[in-house]
Design a protein around this ligand. Sequence first.
Ligand code: FEO
Length: 167
Amino acid sequence: MTGKFSERMYKALNEQIRNEYFSAYLYLSMSACCYAKNLTGMAHWFRVQYEEELSHGDKIFKYITERGAKVELLQIDRPPCEWASALEMYKNALTHEQYVTGLINNLVKIAGEDKDYATLSFLQWFVDEQVEEEANDEAIIAQLEMIGESKGSLLFLDRQLGKRKED
Ligand code: FEO
């Protein structure tokens, strides 16, 4: 039951729900890793990110339903669970978001080719969100690179990141 979508748009949107929930799972795993390293501020930051990703998946769920189609939930892979340092974790988060940006761009491309203007409009929010998410990760990576081996500075940054509010 693909509603008002083309077959391939319907399939790609269902896959994107899975991708958003995988992102949630990845950030929850990063949160667990930070708690294990006593970086509780970063653990909180990744937990907020996890909650954001859940809301992204849910946005697509609601949209597919609104357009008269039935959501099909797909299998979610197991995320990694070990990173060598906070810097490696945020670098992985950035690489992942760049990958997600590519997926969103592909959805936009399909919607354009299908002349599916409602989905094009719906996807604009995700295009903007990706800009913000990549910028957030880049800023934290730059700070972690400046910090280097300084434990005191790392703890200071950890405290700052612990203040992140839900959007
Ligand atoms: Fe759902 Fe991290 O973008």
